[in-house]
Design a protein around this ligand. Structure first.
Ligand SMILES: *[C@@H]1O[C@H](CO)[C@@H](O)[C@H](O)[C@H]1NC(C)=O
Ligand SMILES: *[C@@H]1O[C@H](CO)[C@@H](O)[C@H](O)[C@H]1NC(C)=O
Ligand SMILES: *[C@@H]1O[C@H](CO)[C@@H](O)[C@H](O)[C@H]1NC(C)=O
Ligand SMILES: *[C@@H]1O[C@H](CO)[C@@H](O)[C@H](O)[C@H]1NC(C)=O
Ligand SMILES: *[C@@H]1O[C@H](CO)[C@@H](O)[C@H](O)[C@H]1NC(C)=O
Ligand SMILES: *[C@@H]1O[C@H](CO)[C@@H](O)[C@H](O)[C@H]1NC(C)=O
Ligand SMILES: *[C@@H]1O[C@H](CO)[C@@H](O)[C@H](O)[C@H]1NC(C)=O
Length: 616
């Protein structure tokens, strides 16, 4: 999308100017997590700095969009954080901006599938907007004018479209990551898509009292456990491909995956009062210990990518959601309060302390556990620091409303119906899309910007290209189907994935992958985490730079490309190869990966230059 440069709002300009001059004098925030005044005052500045990235409320800006390269979903997540901001601080300065953003993006069918995004929108993206409006309903955020879509009805609309996408044909159920079949990731079922749907269903059940939503939440939970995305150690793993009946599990743990299930489990517990849900919630909570590091193991950390400096733009925001949801559950499951708060308070103090960056001397970085600013800046960093700060005063805030306890948002149980069964985007016809992307394919580039943690490599082929995957791959100087090696968890779980996501006629056929599950059961979550942190890294994230109006949204998970060229061909798998052959390749793969790890300079001291690959 083309965006014209804009003048920042006068207020923000002034602030920026003032702080620019005050930079060197800036003092770190000294948060008192037990003081409402301290929390409110600091959160106010963090919100202001977060919104310095947003121009949707300014002339020429598009409400509800963040500038490139932020994806659409993150703007929805940010609107959710502004709902929280109002709920915690009672400061309504941003309420209009929030309402405007939330309403502008609802799309023609009023279910968060706006034309501009449907080409690349996944279930999780849509889900994040739904969770934001659900929060608006629960926190009694001012309702939109009566002639506009209402918070609850929007949440129901998203729920209805997603329930209709439940896919029993593959892996026995679950939602696919992507909504439309030509998108990268259509063959992947991921935890965050299920998690958003699960939490949304649970919260709708609680808010409306309608058990149909709870039934769906139960079903989603059962499926997650059935396919081992929630494993026997209560770890919430990232997802797997339908080509392998969801057995090729990507073993990373991200805060937001755990967060959605914790949130939904708490809502289900409150809704059902069932001991089973309390147990599940407590077990999941216990497993989140893995995300807390530092001398006292109480500072929230995105362990899958922070220690190796490989958090992509999306991942930089994930701690915002775990913070948000850990605070939220203390209302629905009050027994969790004493457990959760020490973690949140310690994390908030640590997060606030490192906000000394940027020209204004108070921008927040990503890492909270090292007592210093890590020189990164962004919407995600601001949002995460703000949410964890706000969470400290959750006790003083009202419990989320329901229809029976003061909730006033109007619902519409059948909302979203127009989109049910739709498998093509609204707006541009498929023909137009194909033509546009053919033009774009000529200068299509793959930007490979990061690297890899414990070892999975993802290879993405652009499905929009008019070349066959074979032709695209031939430019990579590796074997015909490329592939890679990986390894994870110090001799335990190991993974080799060849992700082939491409032209539809090639789908599944060339995919070959190995499940990392073999020794999973013998490993504790802590072991696994340590292994992940210590492992040589190689994860990348591949971003598609496309011309035209459509941003290709490829991922919010680590995507990979072996940094070391010679590794790209080191584990060659033929199309259609299955588990056995690939498993045999594992030892060799692990070997070469370890060697590469040793020969590389230390992970964290070296910033991986973005690699530009022509898809030619
Ligand atoms: C905040 O209050 C909690 C509970 O009363 C207490 O345990 C904690 O030490 C306090 N933290 C600070 C920094 O005062
Ligand atoms: C928000 O919008 C309403 C209606 O457009 C307006 O009356 C109000 O002054 C605005 N509030 C702020 C803080 O800008
Ligand atoms: C969609 O894109 C067009 C063109 O950039 C823009 O004018 C419009 O506001 C966008 N709509 C939404 C909902 O983002
Ligand atoms: C695929 O996975 C589902 C869910 O785990 C399972 O019920 C089904 O039996 C599996 N199918 C095959 C062919 O293995
Ligand atoms: C309960 O929710 C289901 C699923 O959305 C819906 O079909 C049904 O009409 C709702 N029932 C009531 C009484 O609102
Ligand atoms: C459910 O949530 C309400 C509101 O926060 C709370 O008062 C109640 O104790 C919760 N119920 C259970 C079983 O925890
Ligand atoms: C790439 O990997 C090969 C094989 O493991 C190794 O010999 C080589 O030194 C590595 N190159 C770099 C730059 O790490």
């Amino acid at each position: 999308m083309l965006r014209t440069p804009q003048w920042p709002g006068l207020g923000r300009l002034l602030t920026a100017t003032l702080l620019l001059t005050g930079g060197p004098l800036a003092v770190a925030y000294n948060l008192d997590p037990n003081s409402t005044e301290s929390v409110t005052a600091i959160a106010k500045q963090m919100a202001e700095d977060m919104l310095s990235f947003y121009h949707g409320d300014q002339p020429g800006g598009t409400p509800g969009l963040l500038p490139n390269p932020y994806y659409w979903w993150e703007a929805g997540a940010m609107m959710g954080s502004l709902v929280d901001y109002w709920y915690y601080t009672k400061d309504d300065s941003y309420n209009n901006l929030t309402t405007q953003g939330l309403l502008y993006q609802v799309g023609d069918t009023i279910d968060y599938m706006p034309r501009n995004q449907t080409l690349t929108e996944g279930n999780d993206d849509q889900g994040f907007w739904a969770l934001a409006v659900m929060s608006a309903a629960e926190s009694r955020f001012p309702n939109p004018p009566a002639d506009k879509p209402q918070w609850l009805a929007l949440a129901q609309a998203v729920f209805n479209t997603q329930a209709a996408r439940w896919d029993p044909e593959h892996c026995g159920g679950g939602l696919r990551w992507q909504i439309f079949k030509w998108n990268n990731g259509f063959d992947y079922k991921n935890s965050i898509s299920q998690g958003c749907f699960f939490a949304l269903g649970a919260r709708l059940a609680l808010y409306t009292g309608n058990n149909s939503y709870a039934d769906w939440a139960e079903k989603t939970w059962d499926w997650m456990v059935g396919v081992d995305f929630i494993d026997e150690n209560w770890r919430v793993l990232d997802g797997a491909h339908i080509g392998h009946n969801c057995t090729d599990i990507t073993p990373y743990q991200f805060t937001y995956n755990a967060g959605t299930f914790i949130l939904g489990a708490a809502a289900m517990y409150n809704h059902t009062k069932d001991q089973r849900w309390k147990d599940r919630l407590d077990k999941l909570l216990d497993a989140t210990k893995v995300f807390f590091t530092g001398p006292d193991k109480n500072i929230m950390t995105e362990v899958a990518c922070e220690p190796v400096d490989r958090c992509n733009l999306d991942q930089q925001s994930f701690k915002a959601y775990l913070s948000r949801w850990l605070a939220a559950i203390t209302k629905w499951a009050p027994h969790t309060y004493d457990y959760v708060m020490p973690y949140l308070r310690a994390s908030a103090v640590a997060a606030a302390k490192q906000c000394v960056g940027g020209q204004n001397g108070r921008m927040c970085g990503l890492k909270w556990n090292q007592d210093k600013y890590d020189a990164s800046t962004g919407v995600g960093q601001q949002m995460a620091a703000m949410e964890v700060t706000l969470s400290c005063i959750v006790k003083d805030r009202a419990a989320p409303a329901t229809q029976n306890t003061g909730g006033t948002s109007k619902g519409s149980p059948g909302a979203g119906g127009d989109d049910i069964g739709r498998d093509q985007p609204n707006g541009p016809s498929y023909k137009d899309i194909t033509a546009g992307d053919k033009a774009g394919a000529a200068i299509l580039t793959l930007l490979v910007t990061c690297s890899m943690i414990a070892g999975i490599v993802w290879i993405f082929i652009d499905e929009a290209s008019d070349k066959t995957p074979m032709q695209q791959f031939s430019g990579f100087h590796s074997s015909a189907t490329a592939s890679i090696a990986a390894f994870a968890a110090g001799g335990g779980a190991a993974a080799v994935l060849l992700l082939k996501k491409g032209a539809q006629e090639f789908n599944e056929k060339t995919a070959a992958a190995v499940s990392p599950v073999s020794e999973r059961s013998s490993r504790s979550s802590a072991d696994n985490n340590r292994a992940i942190e210590e492992a040589p890294f190689t994860i990348c994230h591949v971003r598609n730079q496309n011309v035209g109006n459509h941003e290709q949204r490829l991922s919010n998970m680590p995507l990979g490309w072996p940094h070391n060229r010679s590794l790209r061909g080191s584990t060659v798998m033929e199309p259609g190869q299955g588990w056995a052959r690939s498993t045999r390749d594992l030892d060799g793969a692990r070997q070469s990966d370890n060697e590469a790890g040793h020969s590389m300079p230390s992970a964290s001291s070296k910033s991986m230059p973005g690699r530009r690959e022509s898809a030619e």
